[in-house]
Design a protein around this ligand. Structure first.
Ligand code: MRU
Length: 344
């Protein structure tokens, strides 16, 4: 897979996912403001990937700070982190990665500023490398819940494109495929931004993994006909009680899966688990531009001008509808996740 985000020759190189599948183009971000724009405009998207991009944005911004003493430097880099944290509210990985960069900065207090600058780049790179390793571990654990010959329904894109590489939900798919299981993926198109059709279908086709595209409203029919054996989705934030925020439409799929007795799994690294937030009701849900709903990819109008629109980008699936949460540490029931994450 093409890298989603990378540190390359002093710039943050981001694959512009808003152009997929038509064009594979990269944006070289030369300042942290451009990294912030890339996150806001969904050039880079997916919870782990925006965390990695933000960490690299902090490192990039830090390189340009001219400060003679640590306190001035710390204040300036802290403000860069705050700027990047204000881009999108729901995925906790964004705040997790920025906090980790700030903690590293605090721990480096006694080092000369040029050394701190280098070590911030190394920390951002570590966040990227660790993300890929966590995804591979998620895949290894999750592969066990996928039977040979099964069809997996997924939503949005929780693949290599949404992470440092390999993917979470699609990491499970990839691991099952690599283990030789003859599987098939059904990808919901994921209105209104179409991450399922533009990104998941494209990503799986690149790897030669069989994928069938459906519109979101076809999922129930496929389930009723027995054509879906298991659902695996990603997450933007998992709260202490096991509730899961993920792309809008995830909740409807979980209700449908429950009605048809189909297992519903969420795959996510520990950087997506937010133990400080007790339940899904407390997760801030991003409201996006109505134009995403009224126009196809910002161009052709498909609704009367002036119609009232709501456009929440995420929804919350209650823990009781989730069969298991697949993490790099193992597969847990939503209710046992908090204890397991604390104890390992
Ligand atoms: O708005 P997006 O495209 O950033 O939303 C992405 C999702 O909802 C993904 O399912 C989630 O971030 C998990 S990615 C491994």
């Amino acid at each position: 897979m093409v890298p989603t985000v990378e540190w390359k020759d002093g710039v943050v190189r981001i694959l512009d996912q808003s152009q997929l599948p038509d064009k594979v183009e990269f944006v070289d971000c030369r300042d942290y403001e451009t990294v912030g724009l890339a996150i806001k405009e969904l050039w880079v998207r997916g919870a782990p990937a925006i965390g990695i991009a933000a960490a690299m944005g902090v490192a990039l911004g830090a390189q340009a700070v001219k400060a003679a003493d640590y306190d001035t430097f710390r204040k300036a880099v802290g403000a860069i982190g705050d700027h990047l944290a204000a881009t999108r509210p729901t995925a906790v990985n964004l705040f997790w990665a920025i906090d980790r960069m700030k903690r590293r900065l605090d721990a480096l207090k006694t080092e000369p500023i040029p050394v701190i600058k280098q070590k911030l780049i190394a920390e951002a790179q570590a966040i990227l490398d660790e993300d890929i390793a966590m995804n591979r571990a998620i895949g290894k654990h999750g592969s066990a819940v996928i039977g040979d010959g099964q069809t997996i329904l997924t939503h949005c894109n929780a693949g290599a494109l949404a992470t440092g590489g390999y993917g979470t939900a699609l990491g499970v798919v990839r691991a099952a495929w690599e283990a030789g299981k003859k599987i098939r993926v059904v990808a919901g198109e994921t209105r209104p931004v179409l991450q399922g059709s533009r990104l998941t279908a494209w990503e799986l086709m690149q790897d030669g993994i069989p994928v069938t595209l459906i519109t979101d409203n076809m999922a129930g029919t496929l389930m009723r006909r027995g054509e879906v054996h298991v659902c695996v989705v990603g997450a933007d934030r998992i709260t202490a009680n096991g509730d899961v925020a993920n792309k809008i439409g995830t909740y409807s799929l979980a209700v449908l899966a429950h009605a048809h007795d189909i297992p519903f799994y969420v795959a996510a690294p520990s950087s997506t688990v937010d133990l400080a937030t007790l339940s899904g009701d407390q997760i801030p849900i991003e409201q996006r531009n109505p134009r995403e709903v009224t126009h196809v990819r910002g161009k052709e109008a498909i609704a009367p001008e002036g119609v009232e629109v709501v456009n929440p980008a995420f929804d919350v699936t209650p823990a009781k509808l989730i069969t298991g949460i697949i993490t790099e540490k193992g597969i847990f029931k939503p209710g046992e996740l908090a204890d397991k994450m604390r104890s390992r």
